[in-house]
Design a protein around this ligand. Structure first.
Ligand SMILES: Nc1ncnc2c1ncn2[C@@H]1O[C@H](COP(=O)(O)OP(=O)(O)O)[C@@H](O)[C@H]1O
Ligand SMILES: [Mg+2]
Length: 341
């Protein structure tokens, strides 16, 4: 996107506050921040030591004085105080001109409670925002993939993030049915870690588990099954150890969380109004969020639902791009914002 001189002063900001990643879009500039939603703080004085990538690199490698926190852990705000520090820090990072207070639109998981919305609003205001709007994640995702959200046509979005899978049917600027489950990327990582622990007596960290998932994880048999080396600590000897693991084994490890996601999608379809079901039958399901990248997940969902399933282009940025669209054209999209709470 072309650099726009006026937007440099206007400071309008869209934020996708995800459980795994936070993305920030500045009006006229596009996506300017893309960082893990992780904060490292010092235990003694609760001061921030690092935020984002740098904090994530410290995960599982800290000493007693440093605590690494994921404030948005399960699709809700797990730690108010740290969430606030993170939101403030990201806003300040893109705020070039402190004299002009920014307008901020934050995209939130649709399961957040009223008091969590309050925390988000307060943090943004504390960071200097003059105006704070909220938008529900599936709505932003739908905009980001260019679905006709204002028309009387049913669209189905399945967003698989870190903490939650959000399944929504949208039509006429609103969410018709919404289903959010706390099974998504993190749960897959946990299942992989547990599987390796049970079968190999090997204790692996959260980041190793995620790395395995992204590299050999799958929801369907692969054309060519692959192996990789998992590294961790032997539970018996306490020594560092490495074992060879196959993609078939990791698929077995992922069976439970994947069944939960598939079941939730089927349930959402069963509950959808008949007229919209017909639309979805024709138009299919769109997958967004990082979990959409799990190998074979689209095929698995296609087989289980008999519907067309498509992975959004660049699934990790759909939500922030959708939120950015609202920011760029608030007149057109203001009806999509969450109101008075
Ligand atoms: N190639 C991949 N295969 C499977 N999962 C992936 C892949 N890339 C990213 N993920 C997972 O996607 C999740 C993050 O997605 P994201 O949409 O950013 O979540 P959130 O909106 O909750 O912040 C993480 O659990 C991450 O491990
Ligand atoms: Mg998300």
């Amino acid at each position: 996107m072309k650099f726009n001189f006026m937007s440099f002063f206007s400071n309008e900001i869209a934020i996708d506050l995800g459980t795994a990643n936070t993305l920030v879009y500045v009006k006229g500039q596009g996506i300017v921040i893309r960082e893990p939603s992780v904060v490292a703080i010092s235990r003694s004085d609760r001061k921030v030591i690092a935020i984002g990538k740098q904090a994530r690199e410290m995960m599982g490698k800290t000493h007693d004085e440093i605590e690494v926190i994921r404030p948005m852990r399960d699709g809700v705000i797990d730690d108010d105080e740290v969430a606030e520090l993170m939101i403030r820090s990201f806003i300040r990072r893109v705020q070039h001109n402190r004299l002009v207070r920014p307008r901020v639109i934050v995209c939130v998981p649709s399961g957040v409670t009223k008091s969590e919305k309050r925390v988000i609003r307060d943090s943004a205001e504390y960071a200097g925002a003059r105006e704070v709007h909220l938008i529900a994640e599936p709505m932003a995702a739908a905009l980001g993939v260019n679905l006709p959200v204002k028309e009387p046509v049913g669209s189905m979005i399945v967003d698989i993030g870190g903490g939650t899978t959000e399944i929504a049917i949208l039509s006429l600027s609103g969410i018709v049915t919404m289903h959010s489950i706390r099974t998504a990327g993190d749960e897959m990582d946990d299942s992989i870690a547990q599987f390796i622990r049970r079968n190999y007596n090997l204790l692996i960290g959260e980041r190793m588990a995620e790395w395995i998932k992204c590299n050999v994880g799958s929801a369907m048999p692969l054309p060519e099954e692959i192996n990789l080396t998992a590294k961790g600590r032997d539970l018996v000897s306490g020594m560092p150890k490495a074992v060879e693991i196959s993609s078939e084994e990791i698929r077995e490890a992922l069976a439970d969380p994947l069944t939960q996601i598939v079941t939730a999608v089927r349930e959402a379809l069963e509950k959808s109004p008949p007229e919209l079901s017909a639309d979805i039958r024709d138009r299919g399901i769109i997958l967004t969020g990082g979990g959409a990248l799990l190998k074979g997940l689209d095929i698995r969902l296609r087989e289980e639902t008999n519907l067309p399933v498509n992975i959004a282009e660049d699934p990790l940025t759909c939500v922030v791009r959708g939120t950015g669209m609202v920011l760029e054209d608030l007149d057109t999209y203001s009806s999509l914002l969450l109101h008075n709470n």
